[in-house]
Design a binder for this molecule. Structure first.
Ligand code: ZN
Length: 151
């Protein structure tokens, strides 16, 4: 196993065991549910927005280790960011897991999220990793219907 794969495994295990920001927000500005029927991952994202800023973000739900770890890492990455910065991260993350952006060669803002680039090698897992991000994207667009990942 390569060093990258080992790190990938460790980070996923760690976030799965101790998910960050794993709670319900009592009075969220926005609340969005996301569902990945292929794997059975379900989560709800709670956002507290203040003007253009993501003041707080939490999530709840159940699913596989990758979906949970990715949601946990997503909340850590976008907390305190502006809506535009969060949208940029969404776009870059999505491109990375689909193999369209190589974080080692292309300029990006992903930081620690690049650890999840390993998911590219497991096409069935890409939807698990991107569920939280698609759900965040829908929440930022002000959608209220539950989001179903199909693509
Ligand atoms: Zn999954």
């Amino acid at each position: 196993m390569s060093e990258t794969n080992e790190l990938y495994q460790q980070v996923i295990l760690d976030h799965n065991r101790k998910p960050r920001n794993f709670k319900v927000l009592e009075q969220p500005t926005r609340e969005q549910m996301g569902h990945n029927p292929l794997c059975g991952d379900e989560l709800t994202i709670y956002l507290e927005l203040e003007g253009d800023l993501i003041r707080d973000i939490t999530f709840q739900g159940s699913g596989c280790a990758i979906s949970k770890a990715s949601a946990s890492m997503m909340t850590v990455s976008v907390k305190g960011k502006t809506l535009a910065e969060a949208e940029t991260l969404f776009r870059e993350f999505h491109q990375m897991v689909k193999g369209e952006l190589d974080p080692e060669t292309a300029p990006n803002h992903l930081g620690r999220l690049t650890i999840l680039a390993g998911v590219r090698e497991f096409p069935a897992r890409v939807k698990c990793a991107s569920l939280a991000w698609h759900t965040l994207h829908a929440a930022l667009e002000g959608k209220s219907d539950p989001l179903l990942i199909k693509e």
